[in-house]
Design a protein around this ligand. Structure first.
Ligand code: ZN
Length: 444
């Protein structure tokens, strides 16, 4: 039996069903789960002082492309719209291999961890030169984050009228076979799982209708989740109407891509009917406000989605379209962006933090995560509010209204991944050195 006691939190935001906020509380971790919350708890194990800290559930990231941390701020793509941006980056991504995928994943995961993330999904949709989903799963195991990788795919290359170069697309039979392989090898449906695999064709404009349908059938057969990009911007809607004769929501519904086991990234351009469809079918949404700003895609109707009862989580999206991967800042951006669209009372800091924690966990089908409650997994972030970022603050909402934007301590399944602001499980300077060497080689 392993115990860690987190003692005397300045404020503990539980995100439980009553959204309780406790002052001066302790939290006891036992064998990877939360064993007790309350005053004056005792342990024979390690004690971590939370004096001066706001304690929250670990943040949950529902959309990312970890590999893109190797293509941040690429000059030709800095100011392009989505399709032009993709066409700038595809030839660079075509030079990736297993090492690029592994090291970029380590970098992206470390960046997430330092910003309070304990559970992340990833959407890897290209597999050049022998790269495999396994390379990212290994990285998550090394750093110790809870990981929901998705087996992404593109199958319509330039020669078939698609956007990506032919070198980056795969045969659809191979895609499905590899999805079966990684699910059988890595997917763990049990409560407390550290790895769950999903299936994720890149987007309706980079795979066929048949692959979308077959992916949904396979996911249901295997009991795994489905993920893709949907309704990201105006070009995306125009493409859907021109090529499929309907809007993205209808296309998704026709092919089996709605339901509690499905979540779509972006959904910036969902209309009222599509919001109703997703709410009715309990389809989830990964909201990526920084990416939407960066690519000028628009403001997703998150207020309307939440009011309709739609499940919404947050995503930093790929490091190339953000270009950072700081999840707590993403929550701040979500709060600010809804206020741009709907006024200063459109989203509170507490609601944005809820979306970033239990909201994301629910989107990923993880009611065992995203809240601090007895029996839930011990995925916990400690934020030091004694520093300059929050000096003079009166309320834990300052975490999003002011700062800090990095954690002091982070626990995943009860294991300490960040200690005193540093990654405890990796030699991070060595990872950064390898990442920069790979970026230089790709640039040349
Ligand atoms: Zn994306």
């Amino acid at each position: 039996m392993t115990e860690i006691l987190i003692r005397n939190a300045e404020s503990l935001l539980t995100m439980d069903d009553q959204r309780r906020e406790l002052a001066g509380a302790d939290l006891l971790i036992r064998d990877g789960a939360i064993a007790a919350i309350g005053p004056d708890l005792e342990t024979k194990g390690e004690v971590v002082l939370a004096t001066g800290c706001v304690v929250t559930p670990g943040l949950v990231n529902t959309h990312h492309h970890l590999y893109q941390s190797l293509t941040r701020a690429v000059p030709g793509g800095q100011d392009a719209l989505l399709f032009g941006w993709l066409q700038t980056l595809y030839p660079i991504w075509a030079r990736f291999g297993p090492e690029e995928v592994h090291v970029s994943a380590l970098t992206g995961l470390a960046e997430l961890a330092l910003s309070g993330c304990t559970l992340t999904s990833d959407h890897l949709y290209l597999y050049p030169n022998g790269a495999r989903l396994d390379d990212t799963i290994a990285a998550a195991g090394e750093i110790g984050l809870r990981f929901h990788p998705t087996r992404g795919a593109m199958s319509i290359g330039e020669s078939d009228g698609g956007l990506p170069p032919d070198a980056l697309v795969e045969r659809e039979a191979d895609i499905l076979a590899d999805a079966v392989r990684v699910i059988d090898a890595f997917h763990d449906p049990a409560e407390g799982a550290m790895v769950r695999v999903g299936i994720a064709p890149c987007s309706p404009f980079s795979v066929s209708r048949d692959l979308m349908r077959d992916a949904a059938l396979l996911a249901r057969d295997k009991g795994v989740m489905l993920h893709t990009h949907l309704a990201e911007n105006d070009e995306d809607i125009a493409y859907s109407i021109a090529h499929f004769g309907c809007r993205p929501g209808q296309y998704a519904e026709d092919l089996g891509w709605t339901g509690p086991d499905v979540w779509h990234a972006h959904c910036v351009k969902l209309d009222g009917q599509e919001i109703d469809l997703f709410a009715r079918s309990q389809t989830g949404v990964a909201h990526c406000p920084c990416s939407n700003c960066r690519l000028g895609s628009g403001i997703a109707p998150i207020r309307a989605m939440r009011d309709a009862g739609l499940r919404v989580g947050l995503g930093v999206d790929g490091s190339a379209s953000n270009d950072t991967g700081n999840l707590v800042q993403e929550a701040r951006q979500a709060m600010l962006l809804q206020r741009v669209a709907n006024g200063a009372n459109a989203m509170s800091a507490r609601e944005a933090l809820e979306i970033a924690t239990r909201g994301g966990a629910d989107v990923l089908g993880r009611p065992d995560c995203g809240r601090l409650e007895v029996g839930k997994r011990a995925d916990i972030a400690l934020w030091d509010v004694t520093g300059i970022d929050s000096a003079g603050s009166w309320d834990p909402a300052a975490l999003l209204l002011a700062g800090p934007s990095r954690v002091k301590h982070l626990f995943v399944e009860g294991r300490q991944v960040v200690r005193d602001g540093q990654i405890a499980t990796l030699d991070l300077p060595r990872v950064i050195e390898r990442q920069n060497a790979l970026a230089r080689a790709l640039m040349g």
